[in-house]
Design a protein around this ligand. Structure first.
Ligand code: ZN
Length: 451
């Protein structure tokens, strides 16, 4: 019998490695993977050209969509178009910078309603843990959020205040019971308060205002709380490589800890950031080239589980590109559409494999959030597929990105690797008809065992 779709590729990235295959797709799922030459019949066919490869759709578990409330910063329509253009077929939205923030079930409903009509890729949601909302954690969990985000330092928006470490630990006791997880913006408030304050155009001054020690101290607090409560914890956007030894030790000891980093920490370096370039402001900050090398080592040895965007846009005005004041500019870097070519270009230059990059950006985050039906090309998985030209060069033009605000730390950057097309449940994303679905933890498999 003919499949609804057959995709043929001479190089498809399967869990076992590169293979020449024919892939049968029915009802949006992969139903058959056969060796090339089998002759599967399809009502539709997609043939991946010889110079292109077939990858599983990427999963980006760290995206600030900002709708409703700050839709002028991004929004579901533009974010999910950018995602699809970048080969990302599932995003998980952060609980802040939207208004309302996702800190109770009513807010989750508001966000779902906004997302449902505009999504070009699948969308899940994180809940938020803020002072005083402990009673909302269980209902939010029951309504399908993938876990809870908290800050240990000011978040940048007043409606999402940080937790004290003791409050975080109290919430983690609840999350341990629920089988949920705490994901943490790990910079310590007390340490930052002691650091020189950032102001002006010098990147060096901004870097000094967000020292590694702030991350190291906060990560220690997260590890301690995870150890004492037994809850799963996840370190968001790791920048300080100093924290790696303690992370390795905690995991070796059995603390349930996962770690992500982001393209900007892997691709950019403090030494190259010119003064006034507030396009490059984010928190924690981009650090020195030597620190970046250690993050790459930690990816290669498995200490860091995944690479996700921390796509955190704002309007161009809030980046204060005219004054270049690092103290006052919005901190956040947009890279939802660019993650794969950014990380691949740098990995390739370092002699690493595309299969490793896809592991960090697809199965890695899928496993972190417990989505076993995606992140890999396998029978029964969702037919979320990316056709990628790994050796094609191009240069970034901020103006032509789908991101709502055309401010980019990567404008003009030469990259290797082009996303040629993206299939969501076996249908090519056309950027007009929103076919993304809302996904929730209740549909996802049980959390992964920790490595
Ligand atoms: Zn973020």
């Amino acid at each position: 019998m003919a499949h609804e779709l057959v995709v043929t590729a001479s190089r498809a990235l399967l869990p076992a490695g590169w293979q020449a295959v024919e892939i049968g797709v029915d009802d949006g799922a992969i139903t058959r993977i056969a060796p090339a030459g089998t002759g599967l019949q399809g009502l539709r066919t997609v043939e991946v050209p010889e110079d292109q490869v077939l990858l599983p759709g990427l999963v980006d578990s760290h995206v600030h969509v900002n709708e409703p409330g700050r839709t002028e910063w991004e929004g579901f329509a533009s974010a999910t178009r950018a995602a699809a253009a970048g080969g990302v077929t599932t995003i998980v939205d952060m609980p802040l910078n939207s208004i309302p923030p996702t800190v109770d079930p009513e807010a989750l409903q508001v966000k779902r309603a906004a997302a449902e009509v505009a999504a070009h890729v699948d969308i899940g949601f994180w809940g938020g843990a803020i002072p005083g909302n402990g009673e909302q954690l269980r209902p939010l969990h029951e309504q399908g959020v993938f876990g809870f985000k908290c800050f240990l330092e000011d978040s940048g928006v007043e409606e999402f205040p940080p937790l004290e470490p003791a409050e975080m630990e109290a919430d983690m006791t609840i999350l341990a019971e629920l089988g949920s997880m705490m994901i943490v913006h790990a910079e310590d408030h007390g340490t930052l308060a002691q650091a020189p304050q950032a102001s002006g155009r010098k990147y060096e001054d901004f870097l000094r205002s967000r020292p590694r020690e702030a991350e190291n101290v906060a990560i220690r607090a997260v590890i301690d709380a995870a150890r004492r409560t037994g809850a799963r914890a996840h370190i968001l956007h790791l920048s300080s490589a100093d924290a790696l030894p303690e992370i390795r030790a905690a995991r070796a000891e059995g603390v349930r800890l996962t770690v992500e980093t982001c393209p900007h920490y892997l691709v950019l370096a403090a030494e190259e950031i010119v003064d006034g370039a507030t396009t490059h402001k984010c928190c924690p900050p981009i650090r020195e080239a030597a620190n970046r090398d250690l993050l790459w080592e930690a990816l290669a040895d498995g200490t860091i589980d995944c690479v996700v965007s921390d796509h955190s846009p704002s309007t161009a005005e809030l980046k204060l590109l005219d004054t270049g004041d690092f103290g006052a500019a919005w901190g956040g870097i947009s890279s939802l559409q660019l993650g794969l070519p950014l990380v691949w270009s740098e990995a390739r230059a370092r002699g690493l494999e595309l299969s490793q990059v896809v592991g960090w950006m697809s199965s890695g985050p899928a496993d972190q959030v417990g989505l076993q039906d995606r992140g890999r090309i396998a029978e029964r998985a969702s037919a979320d597929l990316v056709v990628f030209a790994p050796e094609k060069s191009w240069s970034v033009e901020a103006e032509s990105l789908w991101h709502r605000n055309k401010v980019s730390a990567y404008d003009g950057r030469e990259l290797v690797g082009v996303v040629e097309s993206t299939l969501l449940r076996g249908e090519e994303v056309d950027f007009e008809t929103p076919r993304g679905r809302l996904i929730s933890r209740t549909e996802a498999a049980a959390p992964q065992p920790q490595s």
